[in-house]
Design a protein around this ligand. Structure first.
Ligand SMILES: CC(C)(COP(=O)(O)OP(=O)(O)OC[C@H]1O[C@@H](n2cnc3c(N)ncnc32)[C@H](O)[C@@H]1OP(=O)(O)O)[C@@H](O)C(=O)NCCC(=O)NCCS
Length: 140
């Protein structure tokens, strides 16, 4: 996961506040998830999610992801986009689960364009958001 500057996180929170979520435990931040959008086509980017190592594998990633997707829907989003590095199996499984909870499948859109800097190659994936009533156990 790319680490951005504090300014970038602050700016994202300022503009897309409802799509900036943190996981707190005993007064400390142990995870976050953030998104951008939706754009005019109803597409929102699920930008980043991270859970502190000590808190992984306990369902917090799923809960945060479900909450963020609920937020995207509340902001009028109809489609979730996410980029995933090919070697990030956990992230891939997490988003496959998100799509499954929405009664749909994660579909590869294609590789992200070549960037000028040296970031890791990732693939863009997407899934549509159905009406709320059609979502399953993650209560996305
Ligand atoms: C990706 C990440 C946010 C998942 O958070 P988490 O709290 O550990 O995930 P959860 O416990 O909620 O599990 C969610 C799903 O991820 C998958 N998963 C979790 N741990 C896994 C593991 N060790 N191996 C394979 N899949 C795993 C499972 O599909 C799981 O769903 P399931 O329990 O219904 O099978 C966390 O691993 C992380 O912060 N990774 C580093 C940052 C990163 O790569 N972020 C994604 C790109 S921005």
């Amino acid at each position: 996961m790319d680490r951005h500057t504090s300014y970038t996180y602050w700016a994202n929170c300022l503009v897309f506040g409802p799509l900036f979520l943190v996981l707190e435990s005993v007064g400390r931040v142990q995870g976050f998830a953030m998104g951008m959008g939706p754009n005019a086509a109803g597409e929102a980017l699920f930008w980043q999610i991270g859970i502190a190592g000590s808190h992984r594998g306990q369902g917090h990633g799923k809960s945060l992801a479900a909450a963020l997707i609920r937020g995207i829907r509340q902001q009028g989003g109809r489609r979730v986009l996410v980029t995933i590095a090919e070697d990030n199996l956990v992230s891939r499984r997490l988003f496959e689960g998100c799509a499954f909870a929405c009664n749909t499948r994660l579909v590869a859109v294609g590789p992200i364009p070549c960037m000028a800097d040296d970031i890791q190659a990732e693939t863009l994936y997407g899934f549509d958001l159905p009406p709320e009533a059609k979502c399953s156990e993650w209560r996305v």
